[in-house]
Design a protein around this ligand. Sequence first.
Ligand SMILES: [Zn+2]
Length: 390
Amino acid sequence: MRVAESKARSPHDISRAISLNRRNFLRTVTGAGAAAAFFGPAARRGRAAPKNRKAVVVTFGGGARDDETFMPDGRENIPHLLNELIPQATFLTNVVNKGILGHYVATASIVTGVYETFNNFAAVSPGNPTVFEYFRKDLKRPATDTWVVAPSNGFARIGESANKQYGAGLGAGVILPKRLLAAALSSAADGAQYQHLLRDNYETPLYAPRLAGQQIELDQMAGLLKLSVDDFAAHARNLASPDELSVYIARQLMRQLAPSLLWITLHDIDIAHSGTFSLYLDGIKRTDRLCGELWQAIQKEPEYAGKTTMFILPDFGRDSDIDSGGNGFQHHRTGDAVSRTTWMMVLGPDVKQNVVVDRSVESTDLVPTLGAYFGFDARLSTGKRIAEVG
Ligand SMILES: [Zn+2]
């Protein structure tokens, strides 16, 4: 998009232009068709009964721009999304996040289906019920049936809201892999070598959140995941990034507890805040690969194969090169339409394949969509069910 164009247009028009660019790009690369051409029950493959369904939600973490993903120059950074996942997915090109563009508060907004307004760097619970609480309360599911794997200690309270009708004891367990690794390495002679796996957040390196909430501790994790602390630390030493650690934990969860609702927040891409473009690109490539690996894992695990829907969406984007209020790829400060207009892809036995949907939806629409899929009522969400995928 050119400078003059973006300055002259309304946010709605800019979102629409971004959406059309994505559609055109995908048509060139994957041959994905128009949703209208695919509508109708015949395109659906068999649905699992709601009580047997599972969902894995992955936030394509930290925000990537189209310049480095869904544009010709970005193509080489997302081969797994383009070649393996999108041909099997319904892809929404116009997902607008109208909330605060900070990672914790934005992810909390996706989790509650309401634009939360708390301070991004505060150790608070979301004000509105989370998807995990609706899921557990309405469907009478045990605590072991839903989990969050989160990148930063600042996400410790994301599993359970402050809402009095829900909240305490009804949320998801939260695993903070970096915190667990820090504990596992604390007594190891080589612990200092693994600081790249432990960096808590990229935006404010000096910020050390106070831990709060229902995050699980090292010994508990070892017991739940049937993984010794030594094995965990040994495996972690071979990993390149925090997101690899998160996916490793997620896969252990899938194998040992097979939760029906698993939420994985990836975050490596946000290393862009350091200002090093090559690290930002590495983050996108790694996130692309990890999304592919998660989908493969779903196909291989008997508890998941054939009955799992995977949702992949960014929390939000990043600033464009042309907005004078930002620093391009480095930050997400401007709050402009470019950094708000993201996407979502949905894959699974209930979802039509190789379909592009252009109508505008919002980040808050995911929770009601999950409600329709599982059969719970996201009463307080302000979003709307996305009928094309749930
Ligand atoms: Zn960020």
